[in-house]
Design a protein around this ligand. Structure first.
Ligand code: GLY
Length: 391
């Protein structure tokens, strides 16, 4: 199936204020102040997925989001060198070990989010051998979710549950780097092949011909044939969930780093144009790209932060002569400026206000969430230095 590249809206050709070194330093300072305010409460436990009434409560039972807190701590350590962040991140490693030992909530593809941002980064940054071992164990569990006939990693739930078998979701693009990384570490070709195959299936079936994305797609695990796309967190099955599109932009770009497949950055580019062309005046997306200003829908700031990281990764991959580079820089600059100026939390917990976790299930609506916080900080770090991704 061919996927179109929409021409970018002319506004991306206009001049824009660049993100200066001083601006980035100040924005990072603001982030560190918020992390410092939370650190005493979260050095032995994790914040919940999203904040309520201006506070993150300690997570009641582990979920898919704990890695974003350790990810924030490692980013803080990278930019400051302050041992308090590293100590807390290392203390929290026990919880990731316990999770594997006791098989707590590991029946999920989200092992990538969890172990890339707690263990792979600890290994990359400090050569922490036990963290490397944990990440490899998590990769083994992720591989177990790969169905050879369908060619996809099952997103959620028990592998024998017919209602969940053969279901891939766009979010998984960010989990695949765990499998690719582990394959590179160990030389395990099966892990590499599974991740590559899933990426190909995601490109083929989760992306629609207009460069929007389904949130989820079912494959028949008996015949390997495609069944249908639908949504879990978007507005409707045929709309385009903003965060899903952002996972797609970033994840396909990351896939290029591991496969060298030059079609992937081009696909990320197409998804980006679809995303950027549907942003409101202030460049911060509504929680589904179906909405227009007349709908008065809520924003999802977390999707904006993920998209910035994806565009930044794409810029690392595109030739310097690519004529659209200034347009992508424009988009990044305006999204980051507006996130900082209009959506940054000043006194309360978290970093970004106005995220939407799951609108349909009434979860984390119009609240900070931990992944929005993480990707906002990652974006600032990416923009302020040469940074080796945790992904
Ligand atoms: N991966 C789940 C979410 O984006 O909400």
């Amino acid at each position: 199936m061919s996927v179109i590249l929409e021409p970018l809206h002319p506004r991306y050709q206009a001049s824009y204020p660049a993100l200066t070194r001083q601006w980035l330093q100040d924005a990072i300072g603001d982030v560190l102040a918020r992390i410092d305010a939370m650190l005493p409460r979260f050095s032995h436990t994790f914040p919940a997925a999203s904040a309520e009434h201006g506070r993150y409560l300690p997570v009641a039972k582990v979920d898919w989001t704990e890695g974003f807190w350790t990810g924030l701590l490692w980013l803080a350590w990278e930019v400051t060198g302050a041992e308090k962040y590293r100590q807390a991140a290392e203390t929290l490693l026990d919880s990731f070990a316990q999770r594997l030992d006791q098989q707590i909530k590991v029946d999920t593809h989200d092992l990538g989010f969890l172990y890339l941002l707690s263990c792979v980064n600890a290994w990359k940054l400090t050569a922490n051998q036990p963290a490397r071992e944990l990440a490899l164990r998590a990769a083994g569990l992720l591989y177990r979710r790969f169905d050879h006939t369908a060619g996809v990693i099952q997103a959620w739930g028990d592998l024998t549950d017919p209602a969940r078998q053969g279901r891939m979701i766009i979010d998984c693009n960010l989990n695949l780097p765990l499998l690719f990384w582990a394959a590179n570490e160990t030389g395990n070709l099966q892990w590499r092949q599974a991740a590559t195959r899933h990426l190909q299936q995601a490109a083929r079936y989760l992306v629609r011909s207009d460069a929007s994305t389904f949130h989820t797609f079912y494959m028949d695990i008996h015949s390997g044939q495609p069944l249908r796309g639908d949504t879990h967190q978007g507005f409707s099955d045929d709309s385009c969930w903003s965060r899903g599109q952002a996972w797609g932009i970033y994840g396909f770009a990351l896939g290029f780093n591991y496969t060298g497949d030059t079609r992937l950055p081009e696909l990320a580019r197409k998804l980006s144009h679809y995303f950027l062309n549907r942003l409101p005046e202030d460049y911060i997306c509504y929680w589904d790209l179906i909405f227009t200003p007349q709908d008065h829908a809520l924003r999802d700031t977390s999707a904006a932060a993920i998209a910035v990281c994806g565009l930044s990764e794409l810029l690392r991959q595109l030739p310097l002569s690519d004529t659209l580079r200034p347009a992508y820089q424009h988009a990044i600059s305006m999204m980051m400026r507006n996130l900082h100026q209009h959506y940054f939390v000043r006194e309360e917990d978290g970093l970004l206000r106005e995220g939407v976790y799951n609108y349909g299930r009434n979860m984390g609506i119009n609240q900070p969430n931990l992944w929005g916080d993480y990707f906002y900080f990652e974006a600032l770090v990416r923009l302020s230095r040469i940074w080796t991704p945790y992904w």
